[in-house]
Design a protein around this ligand. Structure first.
Ligand code: 5GP
Ligand code: ZN
Length: 116
């Protein structure tokens, strides 16, 4: 399934829920988290619905996952994050994943942070 009509991030991709977008291309979308943990808190997501990191494989998703990680420093710098940042992918129940659409958090900006 490339689009899950019940998925909140698929709705953001489709423009059915507004978001503060910072980057978009044919396969990725990046927007600000609605409840930021840090002065800059971005979410990098694939546009296709992939529920979790468990639903990826090296054969099919190596390039996509590489692009998600490789975008982080560029977008951080564009947001003025020059002193370091954190990246995080929560997976599944024990990983405390709340939204079941693969996403990578990018946290940065001057401390203190609200969380993280
Ligand atoms: P998770 O806990 O699944 O790794 O993170 C999900 C993140 O999505 C949370 O940080 C939460 O604030 C964010 N989030 C949930 N719903 C929305 C939304 O409608 N818009 C935006 N921009 N972020 C959302
Ligand atoms: Zn989705």
């Amino acid at each position: 399934m490339s689009h899950d009509p019940h998925c909140i991030f698929c709705k953001i991709v489709a423009g059915q829920i507004p978001s503060r977008k910072v980057f978009e291309d044919e396969e990725l979308l990046v927007f600000h988290d609605i409840h930021p943990w840090a002065p800059v808190h971005l979410l990098i997501i694939p546009k296709r619905h992939i529920a979790t990191l468990y639903d990826t494989s090296p054969e099919q998703h190596q390039a996509l996952l590489g692009r998600m990680l490789a975008l982080a420093p560029q977008l951080a710098l564009e947001q003025g994050v020059t002193n370091g940042f954190r990246t995080l992918i929560n997976t599944g129940a024990d990983g405390m994943q709340e939204v079941q659409h693969l996403h990578m958090h990018v946290f940065g900006g001057p401390r203190p942070w609200a969380r993280g």
